[in-house]
Design a protein around this ligand. Sequence first.
Ligand code: MG
Ligand code: MG
Length: 244
Amino acid sequence: MKQAGSVVAAALDEVRKHVRPGISTGELNDIAEDVLRRKNATPVFKGYPNPHQGAPPFPATITACVNHELVHGIPSYRKVLQEGDIFSVDCGAYYKGWVGDAATTIPVGAISEQAQRLLDVTEKALYLGIEQARVGNRTGDISAAVQTYVEQHGFSVVREYTGHGVGRNMHEDPQVPNYGEAGKGIRLKKGMTIALEPMVNAGTWKTKLLDDNWMVVTADGELCAHFEHSFAVTDGEPEILTLL
Ligand code: MG
Ligand code: MG
């Protein structure tokens, strides 16, 4: 899983290097896909079934979202990043039968102070959540750490989409929401592998699904951010798996 995770980290790193005003999310998808192919990994998202009946499977290697777009955006050559945007990218890879899953949100040129604060708070919430992933703690300890930190900073956590177990498949048990109560949920054991992914909105936590049955945006059109790592519960410190 560390090897699968490092492929994903390499893809996100390459995308980050290319994010600038004027590049399209379609081009960024090609860049990520190229990294996966070169490392003999396979995209998890490409062909991923849509949970809504009759809707087509996901067609790309990354999900690409800009500003108020939260998750599951389909990359496009017609969608061009502009100075001041924030761009969130999620990527999953299969490598030797195991999955890595990670996401990040990247500034496009110079961004507003509010946008930067949203990115900082969301990323810090991810690390505070992972910090709770210790033997004997429960999933609720992770969830509560994320929610508390985010709400202390005046932002909100999305309810409809959650972190999850990860392993042979991208989505395994248990679900790990970004909200909840400390001391509740599944007890954590050594060897559990989880993808935690705070989705944080500047305004309301409510979201809405667009007509393509993939793209999820904030209900009020305010900014949002998304950071994710896959990690393992160990005897001691949690170990992040989606690193270079
Ligand atoms: Mg992901
Ligand atoms: Mg995930």
